[in-house]
Design a protein around this ligand. Structure first.
Ligand code: 3PG
Ligand code: MG
Length: 402
């Protein structure tokens, strides 16, 4: 992909034009209230700028995974209200995503005004990338801006289909996310480390294979490290592992060795009988994990070793927690290393880009999100990028702009 060629909406005259902005408003909502507004906050500068330039802004997004058409529990209304609150002014909400109601709402917008259309997934045409659905969406805009990097791994009507129908541009958040990933993956300051954690190695094998070609050190933590430890013959007791993937773990270690990429595994562990809060726990060397216990976090010696690795590096890519951080005290390893990454980043010694799945929750719990170079708001899209895959939403923009 020739990402340098990605055209930004920044250079386009948008005054008086209806601009369809594909945002990712898929935020956590509890009891009708947005419980984490990070994705919305990140959209604000781009929306404000478009508004100041006189665009008539129609925001489109999916929300959740509705099964059978419209579902009031998955309406975007509360999210639109929150977005208006954060923007500091009322914005419109249109209870349809296509058709006469949506079109007349779009047509009625004055320069600088913003309206949010209802959840695109209420229409099956969205996920099917149905050309007719895309065409009905396109009737609500003159230009298309994709500012939803975190939905760019989906080839849906609002991420792919629209690019065939309207002049299409990348939004500022899309570009920011891509630039952060390119900074660490395409031309990193070396040495570079990747820290890959999380529960299951099965979901991360393509990422590990892709990264070992690019990084100097690969720090492996979380439940997925157990499968690597198994392949070394370590007795991991009742710990979560995927024994059928021991071969894959070996292949990764062989390939890493061949490539000169050092794999860093935990050398001690925090163990408990069960994964429950209030359990007695102990710190043990990796070779002394009791057969009736499970590994739930990396131990302090591992943290110390991993900190040394970070100190030697200039670039860090972080995806996934090192332990079961949701239940104390099994987040301590993740938090301690996150604080060290934040300290080094603040000191200008390390460029740290993090993202994907549970990562943001873990780094939020560690209280370091604002101290890292960039924390992505993307989950699946971030992971697919780390696999080296082309994201359909990004590819569609490039094709449309060529
Ligand atoms: C996300 O939250 O990862 C994106 O909004 C994509 O949502 P999806 O996995 O339901 O397509
Ligand atoms: Mg997802």
């Amino acid at each position: 992909m020739h990402l340098d060629k990605l055209k930004s909406i920044a250079d386009v005259d948008v005054a008086g034009k209806r601009v369809l902005v594909r945002a990712d408003l898929n935020v956590p909502v509890k009891d009708g209230r947005v419980s984490d507004a990070t994705r919305l906050t990140r959209l604000l500068p781009g929306l404000k700028e478009l508004s100041a330039r006189g665009a008539r802004i129609v925001v489109i997004s999916h929300f959740g995974r509705p099964k059978e058409g419209p579902d009031p529990a998955m309406s975007l209304r509360p999210v639109a209200m929150k977005l208006g609150e954060l923007l500091g002014r009322p914005i419109g909400f249109v209870p349809e995503c296509t058709g006469p109601v949506a079109e007349s709402a779009a047509n009625a917008l004055g320069p600088g005004e913003i309206a949010v259309l209802e959840n695109l997934r209420f229409d099956k045409g969205e996920e099917k990338n149905d050309p007719e659905f895309a065409a009905s969406l396109a009737r609500c805009g003159d230009l298309f801006v994709n500012d939803a990097f975190s939905a760019a791994h989906r080839a849906h009507a609002s991420t792919e289909g629209l690019t065939h129908l309207l002049p299409s541009y990348a939004g500022p958040l899309m570009l920011e996310e891509i630039n952060a990933l390119r900074t660490v993956l395409d031309n990193p300051q070396r040495p570079m480390a990747a820290l890959i954690g999380g529960a299951k190695v099965s979901t991360k094998i393509p990422i590990l294979k892709h990264l070992l070609e690019k990084v100097d050190k690969l720090i492996v933590g979380g439940g997925m490290a157990n499968t690597f430890l198994l392949s070394h013959g370590v007795d991991i007791g009742n710990s979560l592992a995927e024994p059928d993937l021991v071969g894959a773990a070996r292949e990764i270690m062989t390939a890493a060795k061949h490539r000169g990429c050092a794999i860093v595994l935990p050398i001690d562990a925090v163990i408990a009988r069960e994964f429950r809060s209030g359990q007695a726990h102990a710190v043990v060397p990796m070779l002394a994990v009791a057969s009736n216990s499970m590994i739930l976090d990396v131990g302090p010696k591992s943290v110390a070793h991993m900190k040394e690795v970070l100190k030697e590096c200039k670039t860090l890519l972080w995806n996934g927690p090192l332990g079961a951080f949701e239940i104390p005290p099994f987040g301590e390893g993740t938090f301690a290393l996150a604080r060290e990454a934040a300290r080094l980043t603040k000191a200008g010694a390390l460029v740290t880009v993090a993202g994907g799945g549970d990562t943001v929750a873990a780094l939020n719990a560690a209280g370091v999100v604002d101290d890292l170079t960039y924390v992505s708001t993307a989950g699946g899209a971030f992971l697919e990028w780390l696999e080296g895959r082309e994201l359909p939403g990004v590819a569609a923009l490039l094709r449309a702009q060529a």
